[in-house]
Design a binder for this molecule. Sequence first.
Ligand code: SME
Length: 162
Amino acid sequence: MPISSELSHVAEKLNTHASTAASADAMMDGVVELLHASMPRYNWVGFYMIERAAGEEPILVLGKYRGSMTPHTRIKLNQGICGAAASSGKTVIVDDVHSDPRYLACSIETKSEIVVPVFVAGEVVGELDIDSHFPAAFGDADKTLCEHAATLAGDFLTKLHK
Ligand code: SME
């Protein structure tokens, strides 16, 4: 699905930022800032990146984010909506977090959530997680925009690995 005309200006800002960011940290910081500032229903926006230490289970570690502090700074791949997206490699959208038994609560105000994996060379290296205070905040246009942002992040990280 192409980016909707309503959201194309946000995609353009993301494209410009990703093409000029000086480092991976700066790129991810700008992506969360742009999405949080441009999209009124995106109340918490953050990256979790997979840390793989020898002899230990891979784990999602909170990176750049905008919104309230979360108690979930490290999430196992078999836990939460975040773990489900990372382990399946698929975007997960939950319209009502309180009816999803996987949900790890971040804020009492959160009603819906989208988590989009970030890929480098076909492998999940992290994810973009967005929470909303509104139920069912993430429709098709949002999914396309969020997947675009995650793809920009994956492409940026891919260039660093070359
Ligand atoms: N709700 C997520 C945890 C992360 S917080 O939303 C920031 C989950 O269920 O995995």
